[in-house]
Each structure stands twice: as C-alpha cells, then as structure tokens.
Design a protein around this ligand. Structure first.
Ligand SMILES: [Zn+2]
Length: 94
C-alpha cells in the first residue's frame, strides 16, 4: 500500500501540531522539564515552537493565561480553576 504523500512543510503538519498541543500546557507550566524522562519531549516541543507560528502563539496565550491566573490567585480566594481549564481547552482545541 502506498503511503499518502507527507507534507514537506513539517511546521504545517497537523499531526505534529496536535501532538505538540497535547503537551503544550505541561510544557508551558514547566512540568515536562521537571519530570523524569520528559526532557527529550520538552526539547522537541521547544524546537517545534521555534518554527511553528500557530503553536508558539498558543503557547504565548497559555503563558499569559497562567500569569493572569497567578495574579488572580494572589488577589482572591475565589477559585478560577474551572474557568481557566475551559478557556485552556478551547484554546488547545483551536
Ligand atoms: Zn505546531
């Protein structure tokens, strides 16, 4: 069976981006680097973000959201976790 032609533009490969986005939140959180055996994955994500504009935009938005969540947590006892999670999932699904 002939394989379907692979795209020459790796940055535009939706499979790669999909895989990246599954780990993007943990990566932005710094969880991957901290986890044993995940350093290689963290490096892969890092290099993907360098050449993939859509994913790097999502990463930037996640970082901004983390920052606003942290500020919110400092100012209030009210949990924003659910709202944050919903926004994050919407972002990652796009
Ligand atoms: Zn990507």
């Amino acid at each position: 069976m002939p394989r379907p032609p692979l795209t020459t533009d790796r940055a535009a490969d939706p499979t790669a981006c999909q895989a990246v986005r599954q780990h993007l939140h943990a990566h932005v959180d710094g969880e991957l680097k901290a986890e044993e055996g995940q350093q290689a994955l963290a490096l892969l994500l890092q290099s993907h973000l360098l050449h993939c504009v859509p994913c790097s935009r999502v990463a930037a938005q996640l970082r901004a959201m983390r920052e606003s969540l942290r500020r919110h947590a400092e100012q209030s006892d009210e949990p924003m976790r659910d709202e944050f999670r919903a926004r994050m999932q919407k972002l990652l699904a796009g």
